[in-house]
Design a protein around this ligand. Structure first.
Ligand code: 8YV
Length: 316
């Protein structure tokens, strides 16, 4: 008998979806209309042995409680901050994620946002579309990237890939994270505040969760300063969003280029209306290649586990 799998979100890869159907008895929660989900779930929950979720959806204590036979949670993403790890640990439920396969695309998006902010791409786009260019409206020059400092908060795989890309644009790179990376060619600052003080661009790449919640606070934003730009491709929870809005409104921070927010997909009107923001709808890993690779790793983890092998990429 195929193991029963509760699928909380679909993969855009048709091949991955076909493999899921082939190897598991899938229950697709995402196909149910919102109002029908509680009753539908109550019907399937007793048999569920695996859950497929995303980095954003995760799985909370209430759903875990509903799944008495659950053995494994496979996260289609790298972040596990939305998984109630205290509960999974206590119950001995395996958790897997998808490290490695999304690094390059997420780092590419970080640089896309950084460049878009540096060169004011949204304003340039509006300038052409609105006919302002044809009407001869002036445009102020922006600042070159060369020689500017790109500070990377969180120097894991993604942070290091961001630093490599920033260097290729002639930027100086520095990082901060609590753990020192031995032998790193990039200089480490003693604190996040020191990194923000030294940076023209501060790129947030650290994991979300209780330990990093609101690490980028009003003081850090002030240290980045009126000429500084915050780029966040990690999690909205790392930034004090209210403090960010105040800093952007008052001009004590220059710009913010954001792929992630508190309480997604809701983005405060202030962030949407301000001119000094560049916004993306959490798409760091959203390429055909990467979403396929992530989905494949999810399938491989689940198949390994249910055939008695250790999962390939377990969360410690
Ligand atoms: C995805 C992410 O948006 O990897 C993560 O932690 O946040 C993203 O890559 C998400 O997990 C979609 O599956």
């Amino acid at each position: 008998m195929k193991p029963e799998l509760l699928v909380l979100a679909a993969s855009p890869s048709a091949d991955v979806m076909a493999q899921l159907e082939r190897h598991f008895h899938c229950h697709h929660l995402w196909r149910q209309p919102c109002e029908a989900q509680p009753d539908w779930l109550a019907g399937v929950a007793p048999g569920v042995r695996g859950v497929l979720t995303t980095g954003v959806i995760g799985i909370g204590p209430a759903l875990l409680e509903q799944l008495p036979r659950l053995e494994i949670v496979a996260v289609n993403g790298i972040g596990v901050d939305a998984v109630a790890l205290d509960v999974t640990r206590a119950r001995g439920i395996f958790v897997t994620n998808t490290p490695g396969v999304l690094t390059e695309d997420v780092a590419d998006l970080a640089l896309t946002l950084l460049l878009a902010a540096a060169r004011r791409l949204p304003a340039l786009d509006r300038h052409v579309r609105s006919g302002a260019w044809e009407r001869g409206m002036p445009l102020a020059p922006t600042r070159a990237l060369r020689g500017k400092v790109c500070g990377v908060f969180g120097f894991g795989r993604i942070g290091q890939a961001v630093a490599a890309r920033a260097s290729a644009f002639g930027m100086r790179t520095m990082y901060f994270q609590p753990r020192v990376i031995e032998g790193a060619a990039v200089e480490r600052c003693a604190s996040l505040l020191e990194l923000a003080q030294a940076s023209d661009y501060l790129v947030v790449c650290a994991p979300g969760g209780a330990a990093t919640r609101h690490a980028v606070n009003a003081e850090v934003l002030a240290a980045l300063g009126p000429e500084g730009t915050l780029v966040n491709i990690a999690r909205g929870s790392l930034v004090d969003q209210a403090a960010l809005i105040t800093a952007l409104e008052e001009g004590t921070l220059g710009m913010a280029a954001l792929d992630v927010f508190d309480n997604e997909p809701h983005v405060p009107a202030a962030l949407r209306e301000l001119d000094n923001t560049v916004l993306a709808p959490h798409v760091g890993s959203l390429t055909v290649e990467t979403r396929h690779a992530m989905g494949q790793l999810v399938v491989d983890n689940l198949r390994a586990y249910f055939s008695g092998q250790p999962p390939l990429t377990p969360v410690p």
